[in-house]
Design a protein around this ligand. Structure first.
Ligand code: KG4
Ligand code: ZN
Length: 383
C-alpha cells in the first residue's frame, strides 16, 4: 500500500510517499529555519504563510521523486494536531482536498504518534552516525518511547499498535524548547539543539586533545537537575533559569539579556558565572556541554527506570531531540547492561518530516480506520 503523507504542523513543510508504513519512495522537506532564525524562534503568522507557498511544490517534488502518478497512491494522510493552527490548516486542507478530488481514503494523523512511527521507517542503506541498532526490523512491543521534541517531552508505554499509556510528561518546558531557549541565552542561534550539540562536541574534543578531564572542567558550572522522584515527569525550567543567571554573571556571554531585567544578580548561579569569568573568559561551549549533560542525565535515567519497571525489551527515541548524539550514547550505556535494545530513527526522520506521517497512517489504515473530510485541526491534540 502506498500512502502519501503530508506534514505542516510547525515550520517544516513535508510530503512523502511510503510503502507499507516502512519503505521510503520519496521524502521532501522544506524548512523555514532561515526565516525564523532572524527572530530566534518560530513566528506562527510567518510559519503559516510559508506553509502556503511551500506546500504545492513540495507535493509535486514528492510525487516526482517517487516516480508516482495519482493512480499509484492508495491513500492520503495529513497531520491534524498538535501544532500551530494556521500551519496545520494548510496541510490538512490540501490533504483532504486531494482525497476528495482523487477519491482516495483519508486519514488524519497525530503528530506525536507519527514521531514514534519514525522508528518503523527503513532506508536502503544503514545510516552511519551513532551507536545501537537503527531500525533493524520493526520495534518489538511492549516498548517504552521517549518523545522529545520542540513542544513535547513524554515517556510513553506502547503495548501494541495504537495503544499509548502516558507515564510522564514535562511540567513546564519541553526538552527541545529548553535547548532552543538556552542556545538563545548563549547566543548560539536557532534551532538550539544542533547548535548546543556542536559547541559541546567542540569543547569536549579540545579537552580530549589537551588530555584534560571533562568532568573536572564542567565543575565550573554545577547545574541543577529536577528528578521529581516517584514520577516520570520532567521539569527543565529550573535548569533554564540557572543557565540565564550563569550567563548573567559571566560577563559578556549574553549581553542582550542583561537589558531585559530578567536577571537575578547575586543568585547562586550568577555568582558561579562571575567566578568562572574571573578565572578566565567564560566558556560558552563548556556551558553548552554542561547544560546538555544535565538534560541528557535526567532523560536517560528516567527512561531507563521506566524500561526496568515495565520490563520491556525495547526503548525507542522520537522527536527532534532524539537526533542528539549525547542522548543516544548515554541511553545506550544505561540500557546495554539490562539487555534492552535501543533504537532511534536516522537524524532526518527525528525532526519533522512527512514520511513518519505516512507510516503512522498505514497502521491506522491496516486496521480499517480512516477519517471523514469534516476532520478539523486540533492544535492541542495529545497521544
Ligand atoms: O520534532 P521537531 O522537529 O519539531 C517539533 O515537533 O517540535 O523538534 C524540534 C526540536 C527543536 O527544539 C530542536 O532544537 C531540537 O528538536 N533538536 C535537537 C537536535 N536536533 C534538533 N535537540 C538536541 N540535539 C539535537 N541534535
Ligand atoms: Zn515534531
Amino acid at each position: 500500500m502506498l500512502v502519501l503523507g503530508i506534514e505542516s504542523s510547525c515550520d517544516e513543510t513535508g510530503a512523502a510517499i511510503v510503502q507499507d508504513g516502512r519503505y521510503l519512495l520519496s521524502n521532501i522537506v522544506a524548512s523555514q529555519i532561515e526565516v525564523h532564525n532572524r527572530y530566534g524562534g518560530v513566528v506562527p503568522e510567518v510559519a503559516s504563510r510559508q506553509q502556503l507557498t511551500a506546500i504545492i511544490p513540495v507535493l509535486e517534488a514528492a510525487l516526482e521523486q517517487a516516480h508516482c502518478g495519482w493512480d499509484d497512491v492508495d491513500a492520503i494522510a495529513a497531520t491534524y494536531g498538535p501544532g500551530l493552527a494556521g500551519s496545520l490548516l494548510v496541510g490538512l486542507t490540501v490533504g483532504k482536498s486531494l482525497a476528495l478530488a482523487r477519491t482516495k481514503p483519508f486519514v488524519g494523523v497525530n503528530h506525536l504518534e507519527a514521531h514514534i512511527y519514525a522508528n518503523w521507517l527503513r532506508q536502503g542503506e544503514q545510516p552511519q552516525a551513532g551507536v545501537g541498532a537503527i531500525n533493524e526490523g520493526d520495534p518489538e512491543f511492549p516498548l517504552i518511547c521517549l518523545v522529545v521534541s520542540g513542544a513535547h517531552s513524554e515517556l510513553v508505554l506502547v503495548r501494541e499498535h495504537g495503544h499509548y499509556e502516558l507515564l510522564g510528561q514535562t511540567r513546564d518546558d519541553a526538552a527541545g524548547e529548553a535547548f532552543d531557549k538556552v542556545a538563545r541565552i548563549l547566543g548560539l542561534g536557532y534551532p538550539g539543539g544542533p547548535a548546543i550539540q556542536q559547541a559541546a562536541q567542540r569543547v569536549e574534543e579540545e579537552l580530549r586533545q589537551q588530555k584534560k578531564s571533562l568532568k573536572q572542567a564542567r565543575k565550573a558550572y554545577l547545574l541543577p537537575r529536577a528528578w521529581l522522584r516517584g514520577t516520570y515527569d520532567f521539569s527543565f525550567s529550573g535548569l533554564k533559569t540557572a543557565m540565564l543567571h550563569l550567563a548573567e554573571g559571566a560577563t559578556g556571554v549574553a549581553p542582550e539579556l542583561r537589558s531585559t531585567g530578567q536577571a537575578k544578580q547575586g543568585s547562586r548561579y550568577a555568582r558561579m558565572g562571575e567566578q568562572a569569568a574571573q578565572a578566565g573568559a567564560p566558556d560558552v561551549a563548556l556551558l553548552a556541554s554542561s547544560f546538555q549533560e544535565a538534560i541528557v542525565d535526567v532523560l536517560a535515567v528516567k527512561t531507563r527506570q521506566a524500561a526496568q519497571e515495565y520490563n520491556v525489551k525495547q526503548v525507542v527515541l522520537a522527536g527532534g531531540v532524539a537526533a542528539n548524539a549525547s542522548l543516544r550514547e548515554r541511553l545506550q550505556r544505561e540500557l546495554t547492561p539490562l539487555h534492552v535494545r535501543l533504537s532511534y530513527p536516522p537524524i532526518e526522520f527525528c525532526t519533522d518530516n512527512a514520511a513518519m506521517i505516512a507510516s503512522a497512517a498505514f497502521f491506522h489504515l491496516s486496521r480499517g480506520e480512516r477519517h471523514g473530510l469534516d476532520l478539523d485541526v486540533q492544535p492541542g491534540l495529545s497521544l
